[in-house]
Design a protein around this ligand. Sequence first.
Ligand code: ATP
Length: 361
Amino acid sequence: MTGFLTIDRVSKQFGGERPAVDDVSLSIGRGEFFALLGPSGCGKTTLLRMIAGLEQPGSGRIAIDGEEMTGLPANRRPVNLVFQNYALFPHMSVVENVEYGLMVTGAPAAERRTQAMDALALVQLAELAQRRPGQLSGGQRQRVALARALVKRPKVLLLDEPLSALDAKLREAMQLELARLQRQLGITFIIVTHDQDEALSIASRIAVMDGGRVQQVGSPMELYERPASRFVAGFIGRINLIDATIAARGAGWIECVAAELGPVRIPAPGDVGAENDSVTLAVRPERVRIGLERPEPGRMAVEAEIEDLAYFGDVSRLVAVTAGGQRLQARLPVGMTPGEVARGERRWLSWLPEETLLLER
Ligand code: ATP
């Protein structure tokens, strides 16, 4: 495998029944903003700590820029790590905190100060250089932690849930800031997060992990438009999942039967499923059209009773339930206010066969 950062068949078991990280291989490019995304306990932090050298793989290899990392202690690796609970020294000024990262390099004091001030300028904190950490906001403290990690000019910056202690607004602002910094520096960033919005908004590629394994790697758009499994489909964004059976198949299409949709023919690649296989039909809420009348033939359609309506300002969402008990989510079209539909009313929900994803059950 080639790549700037190569993770080759890495596993790690702590003693539990299942490995925390299970045979993971990834190839991450130079200057990429890469995210490890997954639910709590999926192994993403353990993988990050192995890259940092804070944890040793049970098996497998990690290489950065052609250099084998196995056996190399954390402080000799060309990486730096920023945590959620960044520890700044309270008795030192902001600039001294950043300089601290350079102590071990043995650089002269004046040079250290210049580099620390440059790093603070990067995170737009130069004017607060003389303050103590106690005189900063949470977001500003996190920027100091970033400056301290960047001052040593690592080849790879590792970020372990760096924003999870911040409130929603600040978190969003810092996400943009991280993306800007990454573009400006061109350093490889790897962020660990359980927040799909965060991963989608800042990463150029994402590895979705579950149970210690990588389930899928792709750009945000690839993962959203073409999830490879039910797990990824459900983890990235909202989605409707409908159980179905394959009734027939031909070149480039599959005919499925789902209880309330009847037989439907959807486009599918040649290698998906065989007759009588159980599959999942998936459709994103924003693809679902809501109407009073039965839609024209050719659309997949089902009647359902509106169970829930929620107004979010920029978007309104509804949940409707079919006679068979299938819950479907949809988004109200722009211009349609929640006042035009009400709980308890019946509507036709429909979408196009080609808007349907076919997933293995
Ligand atoms: P979270 O988002 O909750 O931090 P995560 O995806 O980062 O989760 P890890 O911290 O990598 O998950 O943990 C993966 C598994 O390994 C978990 O089951 C965890 O309990 C276990 N684990 C992690 N570190 C250790 C350790 N030092 N000793 C024993 N088990 C560990």
